[in-house]
Design a protein around this ligand. Structure first.
Ligand SMILES: [Zn+2]
Length: 271
């Protein structure tokens, strides 16, 4: 099994590096981290019903996400009523959208917004951004234009191997789950879950503590894992991808603009 660009191990959106002590051959990986979708999916979709069914006026638009089809053992494909391919980067929860938009626009060189279908798109007017990474912007646009769907949620738990895992403690603040790792929803190709908290365990290339905010973690999950899976590999290494964006960020120190530090290399942290 090859790992470079292979989606089989890429759902591990771990940003604290601890998990990379594991050997990522398929056997150990499956044993330790194999996802139990039925467990995970039930919880996820239950939450989805509660949110969309009760409060989201667009809930009808998501009829094809109905949990009942899945529960009845008959998952159906997402059929887009106007015939477009199901695509895009989607944040189904409106409350999550505001926070995620802030995170993305803080790091990308162009501003984004959500349309009424809860899909991320480039901001259409009076929303220029002067700072941030062109690489992040370009990869987001590629992700948006991909045929497959990336769904982002803010949440504290995910399921692996039938056990509930904590996004912060077990995955460094963010995780990306691929279909090849048990994500069985027909409507979602990549599921990114971030806790919304920062990760305090990262080091930069000089061994100093590295700032890793929720916005950084989301960037990592997207350019490091989710987007490479739907549009193709970039460097093959999730941290290298992340650093391409970090290298385009600047920060001010005593009023002087200096480059942002880069995250220490993790050779086994594949896309
Ligand atoms: Zn990662």
């Amino acid at each position: 099994m090859q790992f470079g660009g292979h989606p089989s191990n890429a759902w591990i959106g771990d940003t604290n590096g601890r998990r990379y002590d594991y050997t990522y051959n398929g056997k150990e990986f499956n044993k330790d981290f194999g996802l139990d979708w039925s467990d995970y999916g039930a919880r996820w979709y239950d939450a989805t019903i509660g949110r969309w069914g009760a409060v989201d006026p667009l809930a009808e638009d998501y009829a094809s996400w109905s949990p009942y089809n899945y529960v009845m053992g008959n998952p159906i494909s997402l059929v887009d009523p106007d015939g477009r391919a199901p695509d895009n980067i989607v944040v189904p929860d409106k409350k999550d959208q505001k926070r995620i938009l802030t995170m993305i626009n803080e790091k990308a060189s162009s501003s984004f917004e959500f349309n009424e279908q809860n899909e991320l798109q480039l901001c259409e007017s009076s929303c220029n951004s002067e700072f941030g990474s062109d690489y992040y912007t370009e990869r987001l646009i590629e992700g948006i234009n991909a045929k497959e769907t990336i769904t982002i949620e803010i949440g504290q738990t995910f399921s692996a191997n039938g056990k509930t895992k904590d996004v912060d403690k077990d995955a460094g603040g963010g995780v990306t789950i691929s279909k090849t790792q048990g994500l069985k929803s027909e409507a979602v190709d990549q599921l990114v879950i971030i806790s919304g908290n920062e990760n305090v365990n990262l080091k930069d290339t000089k061994g100093n503590p590295l700032t890793d905010t929720a916005a950084d973690i989301l960037l990592h999950e997207l350019v490091g894992h989710a987007i490479p899976h739907v549009v193709g590999s970039d460097t093959g290494n999730a941290v290298e991808n992340e650093n391409k964006a970090r290298a385009q960020m600047t920060q001010y120190q005593s009023g002087v603009k200096i480059p942002s530090p880069l995250r220490a290399a993790e050779k086994r942290h594949k896309e």
